[in-house]
Ligand binder design. Structure first.
Ligand code: NAP
Length: 236
């Protein structure tokens, strides 16, 4: 029997990369998984795919309503949707700031707010937010992204404090350098520099992150809340 048998999970940013791997691993452990992204047609392991822009509160609320109507409950939420729009602080446009904060941080808030009521009704739930190592360390050229991911960590800790008495846990996973579409575009020079800073001497893969998410989502982590789990090969 899987660790997540009978549980209903929502994963955002599930059309590719880390999100798609999380969907597959949660389903492997027996969860009924709803996969969300702006452009998603089908997903092999998911019970349902929904087109949702996480930065739009009406779409987020409608998604959660659909899931509760269809499956009766929500046990797990994984806030994974994220984008980058890199550039030096002095030249960063308002739009690049707003878009990244709107998806990475506001999107996490909107979904967390939307699932809080159905989870409170069940008096249980696990929310896992995907942050980033650079949300802890900062990174030149990523003022918007690092601020959003640092914000996700603070939001995680506050959510854990507000909802803990209802047995709803909230934790963050902070990946290091994971091979995906997000990192594919980086120059070989930058990739070499990152590799030099990783004690395990390899980049992470999407399953490295998905396995940590499964643990936090499951009852194996039933006394873990408000924490940030680094999946970064020892980078920090
Ligand atoms: P990715 O391959 O670019 O995938 C991002 C996912 O987010 C896609 O499914 C995308 O689908 C979805 N998405 C983007 N904007 C959205 C929106 N407004 N509403 C709903 N879904 C949206 O990136 P990834 O590497 O798998 O990253 C996943 C998460 O891990 C992100 O939060 C990222 O910041 C974090 N992370 C990644 C790394 C890394 O090294 N790769 C390191 C640390 C943290 P659509 O475009 O179809 O909506």
């Amino acid at each position: 029997m899987g660790k997540l048998e009978g549980k209903v999970a929502i994963v955002t940013g599930a059309s590719r990369g880390i999100g798609a791997a999380i969907v597959a691993k949660l389903a492997e452990e027996g969860a009924t998984v709803v996969a969300c992204a702006r452009s998603i047609e089908s997903c092999e392991s998911a019970a349902l795919c929904l087109k949702v822009d996480v930065s739009d509160s009406a779409q987020v609320d409608a998604c959660v309503k659909t899931v509760v109507e269809r499956f009766g409950r929500i046990d797990v939420l994984v806030n994974n949707a994220g984008i980058t729009k890199d550039g030096l602080l002095m030249r960063m446009s308002d739009d690049d700031w707003d878009q990244v904060l709107g998806i990475n941080l506001k999107g996490t808030f909107l979904f967390t707010r939307a699932v809080a009521r159905p989870m409170m009704k069940e008096r249980s739930g696990s929310i896992v937010n995907i942050s980033s190592v650079v949300g802890i360390t900062g990174n030149a050229g990523q003022a918007n992204y690092t601020a959003s991911k640092g914000g996700v960590i603070a939001l995680t800790k506050t959510t854990a404090k507000e909802l803990g008495s209802r047995n709803i846990r909230c934790n963050a996973v902070a990946p290091g350098f994971i091979e995906s579409k997000m990192t594919d575009g980086l120059s070989d020079e930058l990739k070499k520099a990152y590799l030099g800073s990783i004690p395990l001497k390899r980049f992470g893969n999407v399953d490295d992150v998905a396995k940590a998410v499964v643990w936090l989502a499951s009852d194996d982590a039933s006394y873990v809340t408000g924490q940030v789990v680094g999946v970064n090969g020892g980078m920090i």
